[in-house]
Design a protein around this ligand. Structure first.
Ligand code: GLC
Length: 755
C-alpha cells in the first residue's frame, strides 16, 4: 500500500511541477536565445524618472542612457501617448535587441477620473460597480499609454492606525477576495492584447496590513494557521482570478522580508498556488533588506533573485550586482533566465512584442479620459460608498429648501477630496461640498470654514511635507470659530464637514491618535450647543475614534475621501436623491486601545458574557466595552429593513453538498432603498479554535418601500473549510450556525450539520 502512496505522492508532485513550470512561448524563447547575461539582467530593472507625486524616497537617474544600454525592463511615472512613445522609441531605436518597455503606474482608485478611496468603494459591497470602475480606470490609463497597473492592493487590515487601510478593502478575506477578483477582471478583461485593458498586479505580497502596532513598514509575525485562514486568501483569490503580476511587500514575514522570501514567492505563490506570472519588488524593497539586516546590496539582491523575485523596483541592486553573483556562483544564470522569461512573457501577453506602440494613440486621451460618463460613474461610486452611521431624530434627508449653514475645513475644499494614492488625479478638478450643495439646493447655503483642517503644530508638519497642498488660513482659530457660530445661528440646519487631511492616511501615514483634531472637535462641540438640527459629514481615510462626537445630538455620514465628484455625491445623499446603502468593511473602534478589532474574533476560554457589563476573570477591559462603536457590515438607511423566515433547505449535508439559505427581507420604512444582506457562519466545534462568526455570503437587494423579497444565498462546502494545524484545507463534520442580517451582529439564526 505505501508503495502506491509513495508513487502517488511523486505523481502529484510531478503534476504540480508541470503546472508551475514556465510556459515557453516561441517568440520569447527566440528573444532569450539572443540575449547576453547583461541584457537579461537589464530586463529585471524597473525605474522611475519621477516627476509626479513621489511614491518613494528616491528617483532613478540617467534613465535614457540605461534604456539605450538595454538596462531597463520597465518604467513607471511616465504617462501620455507622446511621452510613452518617446520612451519606446529610445528602447527600439537605440538598444541592441529593441525590446519594448513595460509602462507601469499606481492607478489605485481611478486614473484621471478619481473614484473614492478603496476603503470607501469596498463599503458599497457592489462587485459589478467595482468591476466597472476598474474597467474605466484601465480605459483612461491605457489611453495615456500605461499598460501595467500596480493594483489591486488587497492587504487585509484590522488596524486603522495603519494609514494604508485607506487603500484596502478592509478586514475580511471573503469580501476582500470578491473585490480582488472584480478589480482584476475589470483591469485585465478577457483579452490582455486589447489596448483598453492592462496588466494588473496584486499587492502587497504578503500580510502587509498586519504590520505590528499599525506602524507602516514594521514587522509582521503570525502563525501559519492565521496566515492561511485570514490573511493569505485574498492573494490566492487574485491568483485564481488570473492576475498577471504580483508585488512583494516591505515587511518581513517570520523574519524574512517578502522580497527575499523563498517560501513566499516560490514555495507558496508559485508551487502551491500555481502562479506563473512576474513578481516585482516594492519600491527599493530589495535594497531595504540591507536595512533589515540581511547583508550588503549584493547579498540581498542574490537573496531576492534566488527567492524567485523577477523585477527590482528602482533599487538597481540587480543591475549592479547580479552579474558578479553569477561569476561568484551565488546566482545561476538559469535563475536570471527564468526571471527574464517571465518579464518577456508579460510583454508578450500585453501584445507589446508584436506592436510596441499599441498604447501610444494620440487620439485616445480626449476620447476616453474624464468623460461625463466616467464622472457619473465616480459620482455613483461615491454615493454607494457612503455609510450612514447615525441619523439623529431622523434629521436626514434634508429638504432642498432648508436654510443651511455649511461649516468646516472640508466644506469648501478641493485639495482633500481625492484622498490618498491619487497620484494621477488632479485635485483642482474635484467638486467641493459647497458647490455640490449649490448645484441642487433651492434654499440658502451659507459657508464658514470654522477651523483649520488640523491643529497648528501638525499644520506646520503637513505644510512642510506637502507644501501648497495644505491651505493654512491666516485667521486665528478663535476668529474662525466665531464666524462659524455666527453663520450657524442664522440657519435652520447645520451641516459640518470635518475629518482628515488626505495626506493623513495612505503610505507612511500611520497615526497613534485617530480622533478628530482638537480644533475640529471644539468646532463640533460649540455648534452642537446651538441646539439646531445638525449633520456631521466625516471625510477620512480610516475609521476615526468618534466616542465624543457620537454622543452629540447630530447625525453622522461617513463619506471617506470620495473622489472627483465628492461634492455632488454628498449633496445628493444629504438631500435624499440617493438613499445611503454603504456598509462598513472595517470595524469601527471606540478607541485606539481596542485595536486590532474585527468581527471574526475568537471566543477565548473566558468569553465576556454580554456587552456593557465588565466581569472579572473574563476576556474584557476594565475601561471600555468589548463591542466596537460600529460593527463590521454596519450601515443605516433612510428606510428600515426587517428580516424574517430564515430557512435552510437542508439541516444535514454531506461533504460535497451545499446549503440553500433563504430569508425574507422587507422594506418597512418610507424610502426605497438598497440593502446588503449578509450571511455569517459559526463552526461550533473545530480542531483549532473557531472564530465567533465570519462572513461567508452577501447579496445586495433593492426594495421599494413596503416591498418584501425572498433572498437566497448558497453556502458551499468550500465555505465550511479552514486550514487546520497541519495546514490541510478541510471541512470537519459537526454543527454549524448560520446568522443572516444587516450587519455582523445579525441575530436571526439557523443550524445545520455536516455529516
Ligand atoms: C510604493 C508602494 C506601492 C507602489 C510603489 C510604486 O512605495 O508601496 O504600493 O505601487 O511604491 O509607486
Amino acid at each position: 500500500m505505501n508503495l502506491i502512496a509513495k508513487n502517488l505522492k511523486y505523481l502529484i508532485f510531478f503534476i504540480l511541477f508541470q503546472a508551475t513550470a514556465q510556459t515557453k512561448i516561441p517568440e520569447v524563447e527566440a528573444l532569450l536565445s539572443k540575449m547576453t547575461l547583461d541584457e537579461k539582467i537589464g530586463q529585471l530593472n524597473l525605474l522611475t524618472p519621477g516627476g509626479g507625486i513621489a511614491t518613494g524616497s528616491v528617483v532613478s537617474e540617467n534613465v535614457e542612457a540605461k534604456i539605450k544600454a538595454g538596462q531597463v525592463g520597465g518604467l513607471f511615472g511616465v504617462s501620455g501617448p507622446d511621452k510613452v512613445r518617446k520612451a519606446q522609441e529610445i528602447a527600439l531605436n537605440h538598444s541592441r535587441l529593441k525590446i519594448p518597455l513595460l509602462i507601469g503606474s499606481d492607478i489605485i482608485h481611478g486614473y484621471k477620473t478619481t473614484f473614492p478611496i478603496p476603503l470607501g468603494t469596498s463599503s458599497s459591497w457592489d462587485m459589478e460597480l467595482i468591476k466597472r470602475m476598474a474597467q474605466t480606470a484601465a480605459k483612461e490609463a491605457t489611453a495615456d499609454g500605461i499598460n501595467w497597473n500596480f493594483s489591486p492592493m488587497v492587504d487585509i487590515s484590522r488596524d486603522p492606525r495603519w494609514g494604508r487601510i485607506a487603500e484596502s478593502a478592509g478586514e475580511d478575506p471573503f469580501l476582500g477576495s470578491a473585490i480582488a477578483k472584480a478589480m482584476i477582471e475589470g483591469y485585465q478583461g478577457n483579452d490582455l492584447t486589447n489596448s483598453a485593458t492592462m496588466m494588473a498586479c496584486v499587492k502587497h505580497l504578503a500580510l502587509y496590513g498586519a504590520v505590528e502596532a499599525g506602524k507602516d513598514y514594521n514587522s509582521v509575525d503570525m502563525s501559519r494557521t492565521k496566515m492561511y485562514n485570514q490573511y493569505l486568501p485574498v492573494y490566492k483569490a487574485a491568483v485564481d482570478a488570473g492576475v498577471g503580476t504580483a508585488m512583494t511587500s516591505f515587511n518581513d514575514i517570520d523574519g524574512i522580508p517578502a522580497s527575499g522570501n523563498k517560501w513566499l514567492i516560490t514555495d507558496l505563490l508559485r508551487k502551491q498556488w500555481g502562479f506563473k506570472g512576474m513578481v516585482v519588488s516594492d519600491y527599493t524593497s530589495v535594497n531595504e533588506m540591507t536595512a533589515h539586516g540581511l547583508g550588503n546590496l549584493q547579498d540581498v539582491s542574490a537573496l531576492a533573485i534566488n527567492a524567485g523575485l523577477d523585477m527590482d523596483m528602482v533599487g538597481e541592486g540587480f543591475l549592479a550586482t547580479l552579474k558578479k553573483s553569477v561569476e561568484e556562483g551565488k546566482v545561476s544564470e538559469e535563475q536570471i533566465t527564468n526571471a527574464c522569461r517571465r518579464v518577456l512573457t508579460t510583454k508578450y501577453q500585453l501584445g507589446l512584442l508584436n506592436d510596441p506602440y499599441r498604447y501610444s494613440d494620440d487620439e485616445r486621451p480626449k476620447k476616453d479620459i474624464l468623460t461625463e460618463e466616467n464622472k457619473l460613474l465616480a459620482r455613483e461610486a461615491a454615493k454607494k460608498s457612503f455609510v450612514l452611521l447615525k441619523n439623529h431624530q431622523q434629521t436626514l434627508p434634508l429638504k432642498k429648501s432648508a436654510k443651511i449653514a455649511l461649516i468646516g475645513p472640508l466644506a469648501n475644499n478641493k485639495n482633500n477630496m481625492l484622498g490618498t494614492w491619487a497620484p494621477t488625479g488632479d485635485p483642482q478638478l474635484s467638486i467641493p461640498v459647497l458647490d455640490g450643495f449649490k448645484n441642487i439646493a433651492s434654499g440658502a447655503i451659507t459657508y464658514s470654514k470654522g477651523a483649520n483642517i488640523t491643529d497648528d503644530k501638525e499644520l506646520a508638519t503637513l505644510a512642510n511635507v506637502f507644501g501648497t497642498r495644505v491651505e493654512i488660513d491666516p485667521s486665528s482659530p478663535e476668529t474662525l470659530l466665531d464666524e462659524a457660530l455666527k453663520t450657524a445661528k442664522s440657519a435652520e440646519v447645520i451641516v459640518a464637514v470635518v475629518g482628515e487631511a488626505s495626506e493623513f492616511s495612505g503610505e507612511a501615514a500611520s497615526r497613534t491618535d485617530i480622533s478628530l483634531p482638537k480644533s475640529q472637535k471644539n468646532l463640533l462641540r460649540e455648534l452642537a450647543k446651538l441646539g439646531k438640527p445638525m449633520v456631521i459629514v466625516l471625510m477620512s481615510g480610516r475609521p476615526m475614534t468618534l466616542e465624543e462626537e457620537n454622543e452629540l445630538p447630530a447625525s453622522i455620514l461617513q463619506v471617506w475621501h470620495s473622489g472627483i465628484e465628492a461634492g455632488n455625491a454628498v449633496a445628493e445623499v444629504i438631500y435624499g436623491d440617493y438613499n445611503p446603502s454603504g456598509k462598513l468593511t472595517a470595524t469601527w473602534p471606540r478607541n485606539v486601545g481596542q485595536i486590532p478589532i474585527y468581527h471574526s474574533t475568537k471566543f477565548t476560554g473566558r468569553p465576556a458574557p454580554k456587552e456593557n457589563n465588565y466581569q472579572k476573570f473574563k476576556s474584557n477591559y476594565l475601561d471600555v466595552d468589548n463591542s466596537p462603536l460600529f460593527p463590521f457590515g454596519y450601515g443605516l438607511s433612510y428606510t428600515s429593513f426587517e428580516y424574517k423566515n430564515l430557512h435552510l433547505h437542508k439541516t444535514k449535508i454531506k461533504s460535497d453538498e451545499s446549503v440553500e439559505v433563504s430569508v425574507d427581507v422587507s422594506n418597512t420604512g418610507e424610502f426605497d432603498g438598497e440593502e446588503t444582506v449578509q450571511l455569517y457562519l459559526r463552526d461550533v466545534v473545530r480542531t483549532i479554535t473557531p472564530p465567533k462568526r465570519q462572513l461567508k455570503g452577501f447579496k445586495k437587494v433593492y426594495l421599494k418601500k413596503g416591498e418584501t423579497r425572498t433572498v437566497q444565498i448558497t453556502l458551499h462546502t468550500d465555505d465550511l473549510k479552514f486550514y487546520n494545524s497541519e495546514l490541510q484545507h478541510v471541512a470537519e463534520p459537526g454543527d454549524f450556525e448560520v446568522f443572516v442580517g444587516t450587519d455582523s451582529n445579525a441575530s436571526l439564526k439557523a443550524e445545520f450539520e455536516l455529516e
